[in-house]
Write a protein that binds this ligand. Sequence first.
Ligand SMILES: [Zn+2]
Length: 437
Amino acid sequence: MSYSKDVIDRVIEENDIVDVVSNYVSLKKSGKDFKGLCPFHHEKTPSFNVSQEKQLYHCFGCQASGNVITFVMNIENVGFKEAVEFLADRAGIEIEEENLSGLEYQKKKLKDEIYEVNRLAALFYHKYLYSKFGQAVLKYLYDRGIDDITIKRFGLGFSPANGLELFNYLKRRNYSTEILLKAGLISKSNSGSYYDRFKNRVMFPIIDEKNNVIGFGGRVIDDAKPKYLNTPETVVFKKGKTLYGINYAKKSKEDMFIIVEGYMDAIALYQSGLDNVVASLGTALTIEQGRLIKKYKNTVVISYDADEAGIEATMRGLNLLDELDLNVNILTVPNGKDPDEFVRKEGFDAFKKLLQKTDTLIEYKIKKYKEDLDLEKPADRIKYIKKVCKDLATLKDEVKRDVYISIVSKDAEIPENTIRAEIDQFVKGFLQNNKKN
Ligand SMILES: [Zn+2]
């Protein structure tokens, strides 16, 4: 399948090459062009040239050259079609249906139908929240400091307790049982009857970057289990591939996303005045979420609840973001509070102050090592040095590396040169591993 020339031209037109390249390469203005370190070959002085006027790039070192599409193909390691789709997504261009093959058309049609019933379900839940049946839930939201504007903005709702009303409502509108099942809105009981998947829950519609309702999260208001229930995997909803709130956050002028864990954290921070908050809906960030972030922003601030169980998973996710060349910062909310709780009690300005005191990934790791180890003990001190050196070996910026070397040298009472030598060993190890692969 190929896209028409019109589509391709639009994709090129609406994705400025300097913007796109800037997500991967730090560019500096040089004459009327931009210059940076080539991402396609290893170099120390910039020979990678980007012309905004011509919308082309060229490397004088390795001769790599092309337009915004070839750039995405090479840097993301994808084919032409995926690159066009990636850029169309990025610019919010709907790729026309006539460009789709039969099978792809069927798939798109199914997706569109699911978006449609999901949207109707979201409206149904929202209306139900404001009906006489929703009063207790509405009070629950007000008590948590959420106002009507925010409820409307995020389309919050309430699912009826009897487990039949949505099903009946959508059946009356002639939607097939099949599509409701495929959307994950209903389930089939052992006796073969159908019922609403979400019952008696506060409903959070999950909306993607193109404003489609792809699924729901439902939170109980009593002690029922599970506390949170999500839409199951569907054609349009894949856990770990989306970020809650991306539809608003992507429009923020800040070149940064604040990543929180849950719906309520995202909503509370948004209401308090931050327009660049997303929720990962799980502690372990995935590579797909990383790429989604990278599509829009270069910096992330992670603000998770600080329970021990989550930290390991969080770390893996953070390393992954780091490998995507995102600037990763960690914001620790004091006294183990979650961001939602903190903003409600301490206010927005207090949170803003925390935002100015984030740790970089490496600082955060050093802090954690020090918490876990007793530097008075020689064995722990050795562990500490080895761990930090391994992390520092991955740091590309030499100035930053030097700063941390001097900190570690003081902490562990070891000469800087010894630390430097240890880092070199790790660097050699990495290089050898790379050769093997
Ligand atoms: Zn090059």
